[in-house]
Design a protein around this ligand. Structure first.
Ligand code: FE
Ligand code: FE
Ligand code: ZN
Length: 295
């Protein structure tokens, strides 16, 4: 069965329970959440997340907790060598974020590898490896995977080539808990061609190994291939296009993975219910944006 969902919010007062209900309202059987605001490190204790209520509810409605994906906040930058305090915060926050992910019962924590902030790709990559080594040594990862996200290469981001992701995985001493998150908008912006998905997956398999994939982010892109911009578009309304995204979503080699939409809101309204409808029916609806607006 197709595992499809979107980013949903986990906020007061219902937290995880509210997140599950939001996902169900979109017709989703998967979801992705942040443990708090993605732009800051303020977090409330997990005992307020309504985890037990959510677990009971999931059993009731048949929502598989393996389809809950977490995303670490953007401010975690393990690649920073310029400001030691940024690296130290990234390290300590990631340790706590892993514990929160485990408390929630999610097995995948998506992480942006980081930005080298003018130190260069090589220095940034080495610092990420150092940081991941420290984190993995310090916490019991159990069956949790840190999914390194393929990036668009905006600014000084690293992890925008499959080779860089491979090098991070290869550099980390115990990489058994290091997975990968493939983001369609990001790889397109980084220059990968989504018009031949089979070839793309072969390339990924040769360099990283498809067995290391933990989750897929499905987004269209507002910019042309190789633009290195990272601006997501609604499904079928960008430069990748509906058919190529559908090929990714329904590709047999990716069938076991959750597909998560992170497409933009339209007029402050979540597009996900309509996008998921369109994906399930496999038919592009050119008036989708009006549909969302009129919700
Ligand atoms: Fe991300
Ligand atoms: Fe993403
Ligand atoms: Zn993005």
């Amino acid at each position: 069965m197709l595992k499809i969902g979107s980013h949903v919010s986990m906020s007061a007062p219902h937290y995880l329970l509210g997140a599950i209900k939001e996902a169900l309202s979109y017709g989703a059987n998967s979801l992705m959440i942040y443990s708090g605001a993605p732009q800051n490190t303020r977090r409330i204790p997990t005992d307020r997340f309504k985890i037990e209520e959510a677990q009971e509810y999931m059993k009731e409605v048949g929502f598989d907790s393996d389809n809950i994906i977490m995303h670490a906040p953007y401010i975690i930058n393990l690649a920073n060598t310029v400001k030691p305090e940024v690296f130290e915060l990234a390290h300590s926050f990631l340790v706590e974020e892993i514990k929160r992910t485990q408390a929630i019962g999610s097995k995948v924590l998506v992480l942006h590898p980081g930005s080298h902030v003018k130190a260069g790709d090589e220095v940034g990559l080495a610092q990420i490896i150092k940081g991941l080594d420290m984190v993995i040594e310090q916490v019991d990862m159990k069956d949790l995977k840190i999914a390194l996200e393929t990036m668009a290469g905006k600014g000084s981001e690293v992890g925008f080539t499959f080779e860089q992701i491979r090098d991070i995985r290869a550099g980390v001493k115990d990489n058994s808990s290091l997975g990968v998150c493939l983001d369609t908008c990001h790889i397109h912006d980084a220059g990968y061609d989504l018009s031949n998905v089979d070839h793309l997956l072969d390339t990924f398999d040769d360099i990283i190994g498809l067995e290391h994939l933990s989750v897929i982010h499905v987004n269209d892109s507002k910019n042309i291939k190789g633009a290195r911009k990272d601006r997501h578009a609604n499904i079928g309304f960008g430069e990748i296009g509906f058919d190529h995204l559908l090929e990714v979503i329904y590709h047999p080699r990716l069938a076991h993975l959750c597909k998560i939409l992170e497409t933009p809101y339209v007029n402050k309204k979540a597009p996900y219910r309509h996008e998921i409808d369109m994906i399930k029916s496999k038919e592009f609806n050119p008036s989708l944006l009006e549909l969302i607006e009129n919700d």
